[in-house]
Design a protein around this ligand. Structure first.
Ligand code: CTP
Length: 422
């Protein structure tokens, strides 16, 4: 967690598939945690709620369990829960920890670095950015003891979100209200908006192509387009301007991305080449049909028309053509292989003249159509494994690696930028 990266307001939802550990401590504002969980889930985040015992006096774990879709954790030494995901594993699972509401007592325990319950232990044991939303009576907030704790936490790069001024549950008016759930959700969105690829034009090809046989039939393949769409989104999240050239898929167009829809390999090639000259990076995830029908019929082939013979001709290799352009962008290709992954991937790296190749094993439960995937990424003198995970998370990991290869600083999540906007 270092400073120095200006975080710009996101133009898109950056919470999709993020792991948010939401700590809830014992104050009247704990009821607002329910709305916060709902908002985070709606934005696509996974939410694990961890409550202190005192929080249970204000809101039931069952409410938060129902909204988050995960059992709420509240015990440090709960053998059953620990067997599922141990507290250290949970600390590693989190992409960010948000404690909302955070009581004066919790801020004090955090400042002291205590590990006397599960939530405090997780805050101590996690490397994820830590954000707290204090909520308490105004006199407690203004108390020099609380203010000293808050100063200490700020100095340790913990984001202090709020509190806000207004009417308080105790009947007084002053500073101490918890920041509203919508605002906290927006803070997390800003936390995850990166700029490792800021100023770059990224072009992505995705999905299958369909090669017509006649007006109603085509040759196609099973590519879902998910990896390409996830990469387009991840590149956008990292600050790039993104153009996505997509074959026919049934996916939502990613927010903030220019989408060009095509059907055939030749259409995809024309669209990609028209954009490639302005691109700094070309990511080829499309499962381009290797062959097309030489002479598609202009009318439907009827059953009685006799045997159907198709002459197939080879399609151009779009990735190789882009890589051979005079001022070629940085090229990242994909290779789906059933065997000899490294050998085939490295052979493609050389044959197509690309800068980096991400190879995945295809087979039962992996690759095409599956939610999860793992990648082996190769470049001329290097290699990195990206372990099996959801495609959105995998895409973010690949974009980080890409940014490193481009000599950019991969995104550091930077809580200090949030302080400025408290
Ligand atoms: N690719 C492309 N245009 C093609 C074929 C492939 O741009 N006509 C790109 C894919 O998007 C992918 C990479 O090339 O990034 C490798 O695709 P793959 O189908 O594995 O490679 P092939 O060259 O078809 O090799 P093979 O089928 O023999 O494994």
């Amino acid at each position: 967690m270092t400073g120095g990266f200006p975080i710009h307001l996101p133009v898109m939802n950056t919470l999709r598939d993020r792991h948010i550990l939401l700590g809830v401590t014992g104050g009247i504002a704990a009821y607002k945690a329910a709305e916060l969980v709902r908002l985070l889930r709606t934005a696509g985040a996974e939410v694990q709620v961890v409550m202190t015992h005192a929080a249970g006096k204000f809101i039931t774990p069952l409410t938060l369990q129902a909204l988050s879709g995960r059992p709420v954790r509240d015990e440090l030494f709960d053998p059953e829960a620990e067997a599922g995901m141990g507290h250290i594993e949970l600390a590693r699972w989190a992409d960010a920890i948000l404690v909302a509401p955070a009581t004066a007592d919790f801020l004090a325990r955090l400042a002291q670095g205590r590990a006397d319950d599960l939530l405090a232990t997780l805050c101590l044991a996690s490397e994820a950015p830590l954000l707290v939303a204090p909520a308490m009576n105004r006199v407690m907030w203004e108390n020099p003891a609380t203010q000293a704790n808050v100063d200490l936490l700020r100095a340790r790069d913990i984001a202090i979100l709020g509190p806000e001024a207004g009417e308080q549950a105790c009947g007084e008016t002053g500073t101490g209200r918890m920041r509203e759930p919508e605002a906290l959700c927006a803070d997390l969105q800003r936390l995850f908006a990166g700029n490792a690829l800021a100023g770059l034009q990224v072009l992505v090809s995705a999905g299958p192509t369909q090669e017509p046989i006649d007006p109603v039939r085509y040759l196609g393949n099973n590519s879902s387009g998910r990896m390409g769409y996830a990469l387009a989104r991840a590149a956008r999240e990292a600050g790039a301007s993104v153009t996505l050239v997509s074959g026919p898929v049934s996916l939502e167009p990613p927010e903030g991305v220019q989408l060009i829809r095509v059907q055939t390999a030749l259409e995809m090639r024309d669209a990609v080449l028209a954009e490639a000259r302005q691109a700094d990076v070309f990511i080829a995830t499309a499962a381009v049909a290797d062959y097309r029908v030489a002479d598609p019929r202009s009318s439907k082939h009827k059953r009685g028309d006799g045997p159907l013979r198709l002459e197939l001709v080879e399609n151009p290799d779009i990735l190789a053509e882009v890589a051979a352009l005079p001022e070629a962008p940085f090229t990242l290709g994909f290779a789906a292989e059933t065997d000899a992954l490294e050998r085939h991937a490295r052979e493609k790296l050389v044959r197509k003249g690309v800068d980096m190749i991400a190879a995945n094993r295809v087979g039962p439960g992996l690759g095409f159509g599956s939610e999860d995937n793992a990648l082996e990424v190769y470049w001329q003198d290097g290699h990195q494994s990206l372990p099996r995970q959801g495609k959105d998370r995998l895409a973010r990991a690949l974009v980080r690696l890409l940014a490193q290869r481009l000599g950019r600083n991969p995104d550091q999540l930077c809580t200090s930028q949030l302080h400025a906007q408290d």
